[in-house]
Design a protein around this ligand. Structure first.
Ligand code: UTP
Length: 408
């Protein structure tokens, strides 16, 4: 793209300030900036033009789950089916590691966090360790795809290499980089992070499958015979990955998708709940539910909207491929965005000063014709590390790890 073409693209959208420092830049920087402008999706800016409106929900109805008790009864059967699938390389795992972990406040990839006390034990390491249990039982490697972002790809790949992939077979590990989205002021002007760079952040975890496809990994998965992908977050240290019992249950139910869920700790726990929306599976955030929905109980006294998701899903690749190009809702999140002002001076705001755009994996569930909610014991499988202290922090995760007999 030339300077003139860039100006032509930006002017109608009122974004020509992105070229304000163009004249001061070296040729290489100019090229980089023009490349960024060429790739820029201006349609996102329309979403904040008339104020922010969150996508609304349809008619909600409760959805039960395959409960712990039901799973216990059929465990052996599920496990055998799941192990067969893993053994024949039908199951791949996708680690979502493109987030910025802003609540934790480290500028390193979250997976590099040391969760050990007496010894070093990194989040990435523990996740690989969890996956290895299945690899050993099935006596087969599970292809592991790791999504990073432009901001943390280099650190992440280096970290895996420096640690010999924590014992995993590097031939079965595939990194891919997710897309970025611009960060804008409340008036919808894209911020500049530097004179040759727009302010941008990873565009949420909803684009994982299209990013994976764009990286050319679908062909590789096909060659390996992978039919299912188990997608999981980087920060749940007790995460069971490619869990044969879960895989077997989803296959047994004839579903195209499954979600691990935990019974809510109470009506006010702030987790996304798996339910039905207009007759299709859907995840509804705490703040999207009415008080009545949150508190209503069935005859057995259980909450009707009882099952919270823990970001561990199993998807059928054929379905993912079919829906890949459908539009997903874009969420607009307020954020503190560092930027350079019109004098070229760096500003690091103390308060949110604009928006970032994200699509979310939880919205994919509503694009599936069905989804099996699969209950797990939260004290055994859910120890997320989101915050520096308190709820869902390193301390709370360490407690749960110890409770599960892990030496830290
Ligand atoms: P979170 O929603 O907790 O976001 O991500 P985060 O970026 O890790 O943390 P905060 O909100 O800034 O504190 C849930 C999972 O989705 C991944 C994260 O790495 C984590 O595994 N994720 C999130 C991505 O891969 N890309 C994104 O753009 C956002």
């Amino acid at each position: 793209m030339t300077y003139e073409e860039a100006l032509q693209k930006l002017s109608p959208a009122g974004q020509e300030h992105l070229l304000q420092y163009y004249g001061e830049l070296a040729q290489e920087q100019k090229n980089r900036l023009l490349e960024q402008i060429e790739a820029l999706d201006l349609s996102l800016l329309e979403l904040v033009k008339d104020g922010v409106v969150e996508p609304s929900k349809g008619k909600l109805e409760p959805l039960g789950a395959v409960t712990l008790e039901q799973i216990r009864e059929k465990r052996a059967e599920y496990e055998q089916k799941g192990l067969e699938a893993v053994r024949s390389c039908k199951v791949g795992a996708v680690l979502l590691a493109g987030g910025q972990g802003t609540r934790l406040g480290s500028d390193k990839p979250k997976g590099m966090l040391n969760v050990g006390i007496q010894r070093e034990l990194y989040l990435f390491e523990q996740l690989i360790h969890n996956l290895m249990e299945v690899v050993h039982r099935a006596d087969a490697w599970v292809p592991l795809l790791v999504m990073t972002s432009e901001k943390n790809n280099k650190d992440t790949v280096n970290f895996f290499e420096e640690h010999d992939y924590f014992g995993y077979d590097p031939d079965f590990v595939f990194f891919f980089v997710q897309d970025m989205a611009p960060s804008v002021s409340y008036e919808g002007k894209i911020y500049m992070e530097d004179k040759d760079r727009m302010a941008a952040s990873p565009n949420g975890n909803g684009g994982w499958f299209s990013s994976l496809a764009r990286a050319g990994l679908l062909g590789r998965l096909q060659e390996l015979g992978v039919e299912w992908l188990n997608v999981f977050s980087v920060d749940n240290v007790l995460q069971r990955i490619a869990d044969p019992v879960f895989v077997g249950a989803v296959i047994d139910a004839g579903c195209v998708c499954g979600a691990k869920v935990v019974a809510k700790a109470g009506p006010d726990e702030k987790v996304g709940v798996l339910c039905l929306e207009d007759g299709k599976p859907s995840i509804v955030e705490y703040y999207e539910m009415t008080d009545e929905n949150r508190n209503s109980r069935g005859q057995d006294g259980e909450l009707l909207y009882n099952y919270g998701v823990i970001l561990n899903y199993l998807f059928d690749i054929a379905t993912l491929t079919r829906i890949m190009n459908e539009n997903m809702p874009v969420h607009i999140v307020e954020k503190k965005i560092p930027y350079i002002d019109s004098n070229g001076k760096m500003v690091r705001p103390e308060e949110p000063n604009g928006y970032k755009f994200e699509t979310l994996i939880l919205d994919m569930i509503h694009m599936m014709e069905n989804c099996l909610p699969f209950e797990v014991d939260r004290r055994k499988e859910f120890a997320p590390i989101k915050n520096r202290t308190g709820v869902d922090s390193l301390d709370s995760a360490r407690e749960l790890m110890k409770e599960n007999g892990m030496e830290l």
